[in-house]
Design a protein around this ligand. Structure first.
Ligand SMILES: C[S@@+](CC[C@H](N)C(=O)[O-])C[C@H]1O[C@@H](n2cnc3c(N)ncnc32)[C@H](O)[C@@H]1O
Length: 220
């Protein structure tokens, strides 16, 4: 990622040519469905609500949201047009209707304020520098309705030495600048700093790539 380019981003597996392997890798290595269903189940979603899947990647979470809740409107946004093309193709194969995919950056969301009831994001925050993490959380706060919920799943403080070692391959791939804050645990403090309330860690997962933690917070 070139630091001086505000439109730079880290693709799902750092190199575009690896993107095609993303789904099989995450599905088998990270207990993907179990973790994403946990994130969905921690949300109190009502029909007709508007949901944003931030940095949606290949659209798996958006698809699970739409499958489990009838009547909701799901928008997936991602900076990478290549992964969005995979997401759209996947939805066509699954005959999933009603999910809108949009290209855009997390720190400049192309949505008006107070638009969404819930914002979900999984396996994404560790792709951002500290400055971009803050700008992104501020953007999420802007687009959420008052009382809206922010649901996050990401690599965070390892539970033990094994989990710390397991996270190293992710750091080598995605970069130490964006991931090192996650080793100490950064998400709850960032949520607090950017004005979220009732911040709660809802679950921890041990995976072959380290500890993942799920969080829930509200826009006051
Ligand atoms: C590891 S993937 C996670 C994808 C998906 N959320 C999941 O759980 O499988 C990280 C995603 O973040 C996207 N991304 C990276 N930087 C971004 C940014 N600044 N704004 C929006 N998307 C970004 C990448 O294109 C990639 O699809």
């Amino acid at each position: 990622m070139k630091k001086d380019n505000p439109k730079a981003y880290i693709p799902a597996l750092k190199y575009h040519w690896l993107t095609r392997f993303y789904d099989p890798l995450v599905a088998s290595g990270l207990q993907e469905k179990k973790m994403k269903m946990h994130l969905i189940n921690q949300a109190s979603i009502r029909s007709s609500e508007l949901i944003l899947d931030l940095a949606c990647g290949t659209g798996t979470l958006a698809f699970l949201l739409q499958q489990t809740h009838s009547g909701i409107q799901v928008t997936g946004i991602d900076a990478d047009p290549q992964i969005l093309a995979i997401a759209k193709e996947k939805m066509k194969e699954k005959r999933a209707k009603g999910i809108v995919f949009k290209e855009g950056f997390s720190d400049q969301l192309p949505f008006s304020a107070y638009q969404f009831h819930h914002v979900f994001t999984s396996l994404f925050v560790h792709h951002l520098t500290l400055e971009k993490k803050k700008e992104t959380f501020e953007e999420v706060r802007r687009v959420l309705k008052p009382g809206g919920q922010f649901h996050i799943l990401d690599f965070e403080k390892p539970q033990n030495g094994w989990m710390r070692a397991a996270f190293l391959p992710v750091q080598f791939l995605d970069g130490f600048e964006t991931t090192s804050t996650h080793v100490k645990g950064i998400i709850p403090a960032l949520l607090k700093e950017t004005g979220f309330a009732a911040i709660e860690e809802t679950r921890q997962f041990s995976t072959i790539l380290g500890t993942l933690r799920a969080y829930k917070a509200y826009k006051p």
